[in-house]
Design a protein around this ligand. Sequence first.
Ligand code: DGL
Length: 265
Amino acid sequence: MTARLLVFDSGIGGLSVLREIRRKLPSAEIAYVADDAAFPYGDWDAAPLSEHIVALMGRLIERFRPDAVVIACNTASTLVLPPLRALHPIPFIGTVPAIKPAAERSKSHVVGVLATPGTMKRDYTRELIRSFATDCHVRLVGSSELAPLAEAVMRGDAVDDGAIRAEIEPAFIEVEGRRTDTIVLACTHYPFLIDRLEAVAPWPVGWIDPAEAIARRVLSVLSLTAEPAGSPMVEGQAFLTSGKPWAPAQLRLLAQFGLSGSVRA
Ligand code: DGL
């Protein structure tokens, strides 16, 4: 059996999650939708963002008829999973800050969370910290710039190291002689910056990207098993809500994940 999946993000950061889904389920039929018309989600107020995503998702589900939807966006998942699940009788797999694994892995018990301002403010995120990281000092950093910088890198634009460093530096702290040793990438765009993050980090840390765990969750929700490595990949399609043309560098990136860039979602 092959699955029909709708993978959704505000931009193309959600491809970091799709990459892991592709590794396990190359035969899945994929529609990837980037809501670039509304990007970045990080600075939106919660109520209008929730309304916007719920309305858009209604149209997308009607059009693509997926077996499941992957919300490959922390800013959206920490807000809209309950209303989406209440409205549509299909599974929604979300992406939320990987605070639990970070707290388990940290030896210094000083953990940084890099996220958008929206994700940083959510009750959902605060609750994750209260439930799973009470023995840690958690520094939540909400950046308006980092996701747009990642989009720029993925479009092939030059991005200054200093600009990236300025966004991540507040996550590197020292508390009673213990330093941040683990940082959660709580925005699906950030794994595409990992080489740059490692290069500009004030000191080495472990970076937590939950994409592989999300892909495992997709399989378990759909009762599927991973396909053998090297299985042929079924070509999927990616859509932009703005109807703008895809940039050449974006098309090359999409091709790596077996996607071709289509017209308006
Ligand atoms: N990729 C999105 C996330 O995981 C956020 C980017 C944005 O601000 O739209 O939170």
